[in-house]
Design a protein around this ligand. Structure first.
Ligand code: FNR
Length: 361
């Protein structure tokens, strides 16, 4: 196999990933919400950024390295938080954390991962960022943040663009539940993807292992072990509409850099900066939350203008190539994350596929 010839683009990895994982896992990874116009708009907006070219310049020195939020990176890209990563590929969290450490780029772990912070602690190296959805209960927040810190995560991401669940029509059609109910269709989908299925047998069925613990301790009424009650409780625990007071409380508790993720306008970015956020993450959640959201690339120039030239800005949503990274930087980003792309690579070719994503970028 020659990845550079067989899979020269991230879309090639996506095509192979689709053949290697069950339909419900693919639909979870690849889908957005509604008619997926925000997802398309995000990619189209990046495609629409063209450069003024130059020729006859003599030798060209390229240097991808950067210093961002007081840390040095060999290139300005990171692995965005993806919930239930382990559904896309067995033990994805640990594998991607390792890739992040090896490449010396950030690995952001979602609080709705299928693994706990402790499970990846020994492979994080210096690259651990932890993502939190605003918990309803600040005691749970304190406990999660203590655990993330103890596991070695140094930067906290507070994701603020999920006040309620979105509809995610493709996921509904694929009958995705957490954990997936073992209907004949789900079993068939898994059985026809043997490499995935055998891996899952080894690593255990993906569940929201961190949040399940809190959901269980709060569950009352139906048996706490029951999957439906557990999922409902996690939704109840995490789908909240946070405000600046919540952000202040989170910053006080984390006592380290806090990034606000999911901002799409200049006023709010400036307000987050003024409130003490270490960086703002310009994102429409890969089009998964609101199908009338602007493309991140369309929102970014206004946000850069609002926060000034030196304030750290992160960009994501729709990035599929090194050229897209360059486009985001040209529009005012300092650092760029990708969510789906790493999982396409991992599901296509295992860890080598995730490394290949970095190579392509
Ligand atoms: C996400 N994203 C996300 N974001 C977050 O803050 N917490 C989370 O748990 C998740 N979960 C999640 C699951 C899946 C399957 C996807 C695809 C995405 C959003 C993610 O961090 C990032 O904003 C987008 O993935 C960026 O868009 P691209 O790179 O996938 O186009």
């Amino acid at each position: 196999m020659e990845p550079d010839l067989d899979y020269p683009a991230i879309s090639d990895l996506a095509a192979r990933a689709r053949r290697r994982i069950p339909r419900f896992a693919w639909e979870f990874l690849d889908s957005a919400t509604g008619e997926e116009t925000t997802k398309r708009r995000s990619a189209d907006a990046l495609d629409g950024i063209i450069f003024r070219t130059g020729v006859l310049k003599g030798s060209m020195e390229t240097d991808l390295s950067t210093t961002f939020m007081d840390r040095d990176y060999p290139m300005p890209v990171g692995i965005a938080p993806v919930g239930m990563s382990g559904l896309m590929w067995p033990d994805a969290e640990r594998r991607l954390a390792r890739v992040g450490a090896e490449l010396r780029i950030p690995y952001a772990m979602s609080c709705v991962s299928s693994r706990t912070p402790e499970h990846v602690a020994d492979v994080l190296g210096e690259q651990g960022w932890f993502q939190l959805y605003p918990t309803r209960d600040t005691g749970i927040r304190r406990d999660i943040l203590d655990r993330a810190k103890a596991a070695g995560f140094h930067t906290l991401i507070l994701t603020v663009d999920v006040p309620v669940a979105s509809r995610r029509e493709r996921q509904r059609r694929a009958r995705l539940t957490n954990p997936p109910k073992l209907t004949p269709s789900i079993i068939w989908q898994a059985a026809t993807r043997p490499v995935w299925a055998l891996g899952i047998l080894r690593t255990g069925y993906p569940r929201l292992r961190l949040m399940d613990e809190y959901a269980r301790s709060l569950a009352s009424g139906p048996s706490p072990g029951e999957s439906r009650s557990s999922t409902d409780h996690i939704g109840y625990l995490l789908r909240t509409a946070p405000d600046f007071e919540y952000l202040a409380g989170t910053m006080a508790e984390w006592n380290g850099p806090v990034v606000v993720k999911g901002v799409l306008n200049g006023d709010e970015a400036a307000a987050a900066r003024d409130a003490g956020a270490a960086a703002v993450w310009v994102s429409n959640h890969g089009g998964r939350q609101f199908d009338a959201a602007p493309a991140s690339a369309d929102a970014l120039p206004e946000i850069r203008a609002a926060v000034g030239p030196d304030y750290p800005l992160i960009f994501d949503s729709g990035v599929r190539s090194g050229l897209d990274v360059l486009r985001a930087i040209a529009l005012g980003a300092d650092f760029v994350f990708l969510g789906r792309a790493w999982h396409y690579g991992l599901a296509a070719l295992g860890v080598a596929g995730a490394r290949h994503v970095a190579h392509i970028l």
